[in-house]
Structure formats: structure tokens, C-alpha cells
Ligand binder design. Structure first.
Ligand code: SF4
Length: 541
């Protein structure tokens, strides 16, 4: 009998990491890494939400490859060094935005110094800066072995020799946001990346070369959503797809699967996603509610814009019809278009105030490398490249010369828009309550029992957000808003009767926290750093 020595092949190991913390703040002190504080409720003073969004691509790719992996999220630099010293074959860095250029360069230098043979992979929207020549990008290019410019699962599977078309599993940490310390959790799914529309300024569409890459089929998406709904009672999932409603066949199949499944009642099964006016105009709010839609992020951009994605229903009426059906909105608005003058910008701001999105992202027009806007600005000699650093490259920056507005007025207009929305319409917590009250009234007596279940969902949220109304009535930014909050309290009592003891105590507690935040802002409105986490896959040590 012959014995062969058993050769044990050492499995390769990969470390995924985001950039290291502590993270900076924007000029006004709001945290850059906080989606709600830094963007969607920015400028809402003590009513600003706090949030932590997990770095989804890291978890997605780590889950869908074959070799042992470790994911570090927001590590301090020392923890990242210690992890690298354990010895890895690959280091994959999530380069989420070009503004982290200097941190990515530091990580690459450190990794090669600790382990010269380690293969470095860069992925994420930030990689668009690597081909530029502003800030010694040549050095970064010399340190990096692979650049993932596009969808990461397929890229990494190809690199590791894994089957590229195997089904994709999605398991992410939950996203957390909080309001006056009250925490709310939701889930995320990545249904698709990229967008075919190719709007001139759009970095995501340019990054995926105007292609849309589907990661989940309609039936996989329904199954994932159901699973999230089962494990989390306040079940809400944010579905990433730059324009979910653009693929008619996909939406049709998804809608019919939802309609046929008794587990997908509109009261239990809710999700939000991105849509454009043009693609959403094909559906009535009732059809959207039947699909489980609870929240939509829609680009308002500007009332003067002729972008194809804005064609369709009247924007103001459309937002009002969504709110009326209990669908909350995130509206994005951009300051600094070539057609903006100091006269029409005022009209544009008035318009976005009238549209009244529940949450709003107000930013400046930012040309990003690889977009058509970037190329045009370059061709027209309008990019301000003197003293340029990627560190200042973010949503509120100002990196090109404007045609009719003074460059240094852009930030002022951004701020003016945020303030007007806040002072006229109120904080997002009040607007969320208003949308839930509208949704409750819309569906509670509907002839279809399926839609009646949606009313119970809104009722639950009215009970929760009611507790914040007294704080808005006392500390709202203007008399108009304080009056709206008082009216909302009366509406609540008319609809649901007197609040419970728990709600009384909750309201009192939130008024107290609001008062402390109002009078001692430096203690309560400080910038939080996102948590550090280490997640292990397939037995990595
Ligand atoms: S529709 Fe939205 S995601 Fe698509 S290209 Fe335009 S801005 Fe980008």
C-alpha cells in the first residue's frame, strides 16, 4: 500500500477595510460620515437625526467569496496596523469617496511597509481620483495592485478564481438612526448598481459606464425583503438601485410577486428606494403602496432643469400625492447650475420649499471625475485646480467657476435653502408625523382589507412620533412651525384620543432633552464618531 504525504495548502486570506477614523466634520461642524446629520436633516438644529450607515460593499463582497476574510469598519489606524500585522494575502480598501484620498494613501503605505507582498485592491467611487494628477496620485497608483472600477462581487470572484455568476447572498448589519437618543433600526439590500440615464452630473451612472447591473432578481428581492420583515418587527428595508422603477419588466414581476404573496401585506412589508419623476410617473401612489413602498428618494434638482428624468408628472403635485398616500420623501436639490442667477435661484428655492420633501439633501453642483460635467468644465477651463486637494472634495464644495452666480455665494444659497425649508416646513420629525397621519386617514377605511393593513402601520408610527411633537411645538424654528406642531397634536388627539401615560412621559422626556440641547448645544450637539467593528468570515482568525 502506498502512502502519499498529505500536502495541506494554506488558504489565502483577505482583509477588507473602510478608511480609518476619526472622521472630519464639514465646515459647519456637522459629521461627514453621518447620512442624516451631514445630509438629510442637516441644518435642523436640535432636531437633527444621528445615524450610522454600514459600509455595505465590504460586507457584500466578504460574504460572496470563497476564502477566509475579515471586515474592519471604521477602524482606528492603530487597530488597522495590528490587524495587518497578523498577515494577509490581500487588502481590499473601500475607497468610498475621493475626499478620503490621503487616508487611503496612508493605509497603502502602511500595508506595503508591514507586508511588501500583500496585494492591494481599491474599490468604491473614490477610485475615480486615482487617474487624476492633482495630489501625487502617481504614488498611490504605484502602491495599488488592482483597481475595481465597477461592481465588486464579480470583480473579486474573478480575481480569486471563484465562480463569477454564483447567486449573491446579502447579509448586512442594520442601519441605525436616532432622534434625541431614541433609536430606530432598518435593513438594506443592494438590488442593482449603476444607472443607464447618464445625467451629466451623475457620478454613479458614470462610474458604471451608464450600465445597470442587477444583483437580485425580483423573486430574490421579495424573499430577502420577507426575511427582513420576519426578523425585525419595525421592518423597513432600504433597497439600493439608482432608479428602481426604470426597468418595467422587473417592476411588473416584483409587483405581481408581492401581490400574490400573503406575507407581503402593505402593513408589514415596507421598503424605500430611489426613483425619478419620469419613471415613477408610470405608477399611481396606490400601486406603489401595494408594492410596499414606504419612502422614496427623488431628485428634484431644479425646477428649471430639463433633465429627461424630471419629465412626467408635476413635481409639486406628485410629492403631495405621495405624502397623501403615506409615502415619505427625500428630495435632493442642487445649487449652482449654469442657468442659476441671483434672481431665479430664489424662485427655485421657493419651489423646493413648496415641494416640501420629508427629508432633503441640498448640495452644490459638483463635477466629479469621469462625468460629462467634469469633462465639459475641463474643456471650458472652469475647473478651479489651483491649491486643489481631494480632502475638500465633497457635496458642499465649490470646485468650478459658475456662470452667473459668484462662486463664493454657492454655500450661502445652500444654507439659505436648508434654512427656508426648516423655517417654513419644519423639522423632518414633524413632516414624518404628517405623512403618517395622511397615510393613516387614506387607508383606514379602504374597501380592500390589504390596504387597511397599511393604516395600522401608519398608526403605529403616529403613536411613536407623536412624542416628539411637544418638543417641536416648544422649540420649533419659527412660529409657523410651532403652530403646525400644535395643530398636529390636536389632529392626533382627534384621531386617536388622549395620549397614553407612556406617551405623556415620552413627550416630557423629549421636551427636557430638547431644552437641554437648545440651551447647552455644545454638550448635546457634538459630533459622534461611527463605531469600529470587526467581522469574521469563513473561520479567519
Ligand atoms: S437618473 Fe439619477 S442615478 Fe440615473 S443618471 Fe440620473 S441622477 Fe444618476
Amino acid at each position: 500500500m502506498l502512502f502519499f504525504p498529505v500536502m495541506k495548502m494554506k488558504k489565502k486570506k483577505i482583509l477588507f477595510t473602510s478608511v480609518y477614523k476619526p472622521f472630519d466634520t464639514f465646515e459647519d461642524g456637522t459629521p461627514m460620515m453621518d447620512l442624516y446629520a451631514g445630509r438629510l436633516t442637516k441644518g435642523q438644529g436640535i432636531f437633527t437625526f444621528r445615524s450610522h450607515y454600514p459600509a455595505l460593499p465590504l460586507f457584500l463582497i466578504a460574504e460572496n467569496i470563497s476564502i477566509p476574510a475579515v471586515v474592519l469598519e471604521n477602524p482606528p489606524l492603530r487597530a488597522l496596523r495590528k490587524e495587518l500585522e497578523k498577515g494577509y494575502d490581500y487588502l481590499a480598501i473601500h475607497f468610498a469617496a475621493s475626499l478620503f484620498y490621503d487616508r487611503v494613501l496612508t493605509i497603502c503605505k502602511m500595508a506595503k511597509e508591514i507586508s511588501p507582498s500583500i496585494e492591494i485592491i481599491l474599490g468604491g467611487y473614490g477610485v475615480v481620483c486615482v487617474s487624476q494628477d492633482f495630489e501625487n496620485e502617481k504614488e498611490l497608483r504605484s502602491l495599488v495592485d488592482h483597481i475595481c472600477h465597477g461592481e465588486g462581487v464579480r470583480f473579486m470572484r474573478e480575481l480569486l478564481g471563484d465562480p463569477v455568476d454564483a447567486p449573491i447572498q446579502e447579509r448586512f448589519p442594520t442601519t441605525r438612526f436616532s432622534f434625541f437618543g431614541v433609536r430606530i433600526y432598518f435593513d438594506n439590500l443592494l438590488a442593482a448598481v449603476g444607472c443607464r440615464a447618464g445625467c451629466e452630473f451623475c457620478a454613479t451612472s458614470a462610474f458604471f459606464q451608464r450600465k445597470k447591473i442587477q444583483l437580485l432578481s425580483p423573486s430574490e428581492l421579495v424573499e430577502h425583503l420577507k426575511e427582513n420583515a420576519r426578523k425585525n418587527k419595525s421592518a423597513f428595508t432600504w433597497v439600493f438601485d439608482e432608479d428602481f422603477f426604470s426597468e418595467r419588466n422587473y417592476v411588473r414581476e416584483f409587483a405581481s410577486l408581492v401581490a400574490a404573496d400573503p406575507e407581503c401585506l402593505p402593513g408589514k412589508f415596507s421598503w424605500g428606494g430611489f426613483g425619478s419623476i419620469s419613471t415613477l410617473s408610470r405608477y399611481s401612489p396606490e400601486e406603489l403602496v401595494r408594492m410596499g413602498v414606504r419612502s422614496l428618494w427623488i431628485g428634484i434638482e431644479s425646477k428649471f432643469s430639463d433633465l429627461p428624468k424630471r419629465q412626467g408628472k408635476d413635481v409639486r403635485e406628485f410629492f403631495a400625492s405621495l405624502h397623501d398616500a403615506g409615502i415619505s420623501t427625500i428630495g435632493s436639490f442642487i445649487v449652482g447650475w449654469d442657468f442659476h442667477t441671483s434672481e431665479n435661484i430664489v424662485e427655485d428655492i421657493d419651489h423646493v420649499v413648496e415641494v416640501n420633501p420629508t427629508f432633503a439633501q441640498i448640495s452644490s453642483l459638483m463635477p466629479c471625475p469621469e462625468t460629462k460635467l467634469w469633462d465639459r468644465m475641463k474643456k471650458e477651463g472652469r475647473l478651479r485646480t489651483e491649491g486643489f486637494t481631494w480632502k475638500g472634495f465633497h457635496l458642499y464644495a465649490n470646485i468650478h467657476r459658475h456662470l452667473h452666480l459668484p462662486d463664493d455665494s454657492i454655500q450661502r444659497w445652500v444654507l439659505e435653502t436648508q434654512n427656508r425649508i426648516f423655517e417654513v416646513n419644519g423639522p423632518s420629525i414633524l413632516k414624518s408625523f404628517e405623512v403618517d397621519m395622511l397615510g393613516y386617514r387614506k387607508w383606514k377605511d379602504h374597501s380592500d382589507p390589504k390596504l387597511q393593513t397599511r393604516a395600522s402601520f401608519h398608526k403605529k408610527w403616529c403613536h411613536r412620533t407623536y412624542m416628539a411633537l411637544a418638543a417641536v411645538a416648544r422649540f420649533g424654528p419659527s412660529e409657523i412651525v410651532r403652530k403646525k406642531a400644535r395643530a398636529a397634536i390636536l389632529e392626533y388627539r382627534k384621531e386617536f384620543g388622549p395620549p397614553s401615560l407612556v406617551q405623556h412621559i415620552g413627550s416630557l422626556w423629549l421636551v427636557t432633552v430638547a431644552a437641554l440641547s437648545f440651551y447647552f448645544p455644545s454638550i448635546f450637539c457634538r459630533s459622534f464618531q461611527p463605531p469600529f467593528s470587526r467581522t469574521v468570515y469563513r473561520g479567519a482568525k
